[in-house]
Design a protein around this ligand. Structure first.
Ligand code: HPA
Length: 270
């Protein structure tokens, strides 16, 4: 694995002039942030040695290097989901490469189903913590001390200072933001009413099929992390709406300008 990380990082380093210290995973609801990145250089995943290739409809696969405001950034356009069949090492490989390239702060976004009864479809939720319900931890197996400790603390998975700054930015712009705990599940099924209820009872506010593996690996590598979810559907035992991929995409689209504004400002000001 160390050799693969090095090979991939070397490949990218040879192609990018100003390596950034900031990376953004453009999940559902944040795709249009690409339009605000200037002087873009695209590297398709298919050309990057050791990179898996994204397969899901609506997710294109590129690494993008450029500037967001005045800050050099690296963006992942499309991520690797566990439900696509990738193993945990593949899902989180790009995070390892980011670290090797010198990334110290990671911004992530996703779409999620809301269990918190205060939430509405289209809400932006700042992730304050997560619960890992994936069947495997991405750090299972041999630990390489070069990459991080065997038993990493997860006391502050999402950086409190970045959360406070995001709150301030949202307040200045009168954008409603919720806070919550993200439950990461393998998918690809949406939850049964009893499962949404269960996730709420154990302390979850929203549930989705990504993010947790990447954040675990980023924290293992001592990167600072900020995450947001767009609430695209609501679940629970009293909810009869049937979530669909189309509905999720539509709700994410509607929330996109608000998500984007928060992220853009945050990256500019942190
Ligand atoms: N459950 C799991 N993942 C999701 C959901 C959901 O309700 N909505 C968007 N991603």
């Amino acid at each position: 694995m160390l050799e693969q990380i090095k090979q991939t990082a070397d490949y990218i380093r040879a192609r990018v002039e100003n390596l950034p210290d900031t990376a953004i995973i453009l999940g559902t609801g944040l795709g249009a942030l690409v339009d605000h990145i200037e002087d873009k250089k695209y590297i398709p995943y298919s050309e990057i040695p050791n990179f898996p290739v994204s397969t899901v409809e609506g997710h294109s696969g590129n690494l993008i290097f450029g500037r967001l405001g005045s800050r050099p950034v690296m963006a992942m356009q499309g991520r690797f989901h566990y439900y696509e069949g990738y193993d945990m090492k593949q899902v989180t490989f790009p995070i390892r490469v980011m670290k090797a390239l010198g990334i110290s702060t990671l911004f992530v976004s996703n779409a999620a189903g809301g269990m918190n009864k205060e939430f509405r479809v289209g809400d932006v939720m700042i992730i304050t913590d997560h619960i890992n319900l994936f069947p495997e931890n991405p750090l299972r197996g041999k630990n390489y001390a070069e990459l991080g400790p065997r038993f990493p603390a997860m006391t502050e998975p999402y950086d409190k200072k970045l959360i406070a700054l995001a709150d301030q930015i949202a307040a200045e712009r009168d954008i409603r933001v919720m806070h919550g705990v993200y439950v990461g599940t393998p998918g690809p099924t949406f939850e049964t009413p009893a499962e949404y209820e269960y996730f709420r009872i154990i302390g979850g506010d929203a549930v989705g099929m990504s993010t947790v593996p990447e954040v675990i690996v980023a924290r293992h590598a001592d990167m600072r992390v900020f995450g947001v979810s767009v609430i695209t559907d609501l679940g629970g035992k009293d909810v009869t709406d049937v979530p669909t991929h189309e509905e999720v995409q539509k709700a994410a689209q509607a929330a996109q300008p608000r998500m984007m504004e928060i992220m853009r400002e945050l990256v500019a000001r942190f």
